[in-house]
Design a protein around this ligand. Structure first.
Ligand SMILES: O=C(O)CCC(=O)C(=O)O
Ligand SMILES: [Fe+2]
Length: 321
């Protein structure tokens, strides 16, 4: 176990069944909103279950991801995201440093977004064509089917978040139109027995965007900063997603809702695979303090910003671009 971490029972993070958001009964939809409110205002992290994403699709995503990372270094280097104008493709091991002042992250990744024409990258941050591996018939259709399914789930969860905040259920509809979203396949080799000081799979960070929907395999290793400054182990629950709120939602709610620090230390002794999906909303949408998130006399802690400008700034911070 990582020195500062302490094992905490997995039920330290709430488990929220979200099927009620599809109910025709407003009482059931609001009940999910109420559960989300408690989770979002405390840990900012929860297990999402009863989400309706087919298990076969989830299994296929993990299998394709594993097969991709098993390819030769030459194959992977041919898809290096450094070749992409929109941050799509392969990210080599130790390319990103999510925790300033520590060694680079012990993970390799692969970034996928909505398929866009090449000239989109001139106009929009992170928009443009994907890079796809050759000779892999299943990879692209599997990833795109999953990407589409998670976009729908994220939009549904945003309806629940609106209910949780006492807003109209459709409050975030414009935000969810043509969203900027990224699917990130990750592979963590086992944590070395003699790591450099502070070296780990993924340094402590908060997510930049709106909602993150994380699929993790059975290895474990994700740790979430608890309210008492301990690290809660987000033990895998089969068939669940771990959902967390990014900085944009904290900003939007004047920190009523939490964007919580988390990190990965892969002490399983085996390779770990995970797939976060980052939903950040429409690039032109302006994030300003939400109605109802200011007490009388309170002022917004953050200036208004577009989704695109916010994301650009955050990428620059962690990639030093
Ligand atoms: O791999 C994980 O479990 C978490 C990854 C993560 O936090 C991220 O990519 O932002
Ligand atoms: Fe993260």
């Amino acid at each position: 176990m990582h020195p500062e971490a302490r094992q905490v029972s997995p039920d330290s993070l709430p488990v929220i069944p979200v099927a009620g958001l599809c109910s025709s009964d407003p009482v059931q939809r609001q009940a999910v909103g109420d559960a989300l409110r408690t989770a979002c205002a405390s840990t900012g992290f929860f297990y999402c279950v009863d989400h309706g994403i087919p298990p076969a699709l989830i299994d296929a995503v993990l299998a394709e991801s594993k097969a991709f990372f098993a390819r030769s270094p030459t194959d992977k280097a041919a898809l290096d995201k450094a070749r992409s104008p929109c941050n799509r493709g392969y990210e080599p091991l130790r390319n990103q440093t999510l925790e300033a002042g520590t060694p680079p992250d012990l993970k390799e990744g692969f970034y996928i977004g909505e398929e866009q024409p090449a000239n989109a990258a001139e106009l929009r941050f992170n928009q443009g064509p994907n890079q796809w591996p050759r000779n892999s018939a299943g990879f692209r259709p599997t990833m795109m089917a999953y990407f589409a399914a998670l976009n729908i789930l994220a939009e549904r969860l945003m309806r629940g978040i609106a209910l949780s905040l006492g807003l109209e259920e459709t409050f975030f509809t414009r935000f969810c139109q043509n969203p900027q979203a990224t699917l990130r396949l990750l592979h963590y080799p086992p944590q070395p027995s003699d790591p450099q000081p502070g070296e780990k799979g993924c340094g402590a960070h908060t997510d930049f965007g709106g909602l993150t929907l994380l699929l993790q395999d059975a290895s474990g290793g994700l740790q979430v900063r608890g309210p008492d400054d301990t690290w809660i182990h987000a033990t895998p629950i089969l068939g669940s997603f771990i959902v967390n709120l990014g900085d944009m939602i904290a900003r939007w709610t004047n920190d009523r809702y939490r964007s919580t620090l988390h990190r990965v230390v892969n002490t399983s002794g085996t390779d770990r695979y995970s797939v976060p999906f980052f939903h950040s909303g429409n690039p032109d949408y302006v994030i300003s303090c939400l109605p109802g998130c200011l007490a009388p006399g309170e002022t917004p802690r953050y200036p208004s910003v577009t989704v695109q400008d916010h994301l650009r700034e955050m990428y620059q911070r962690t990639y030093g671009q």
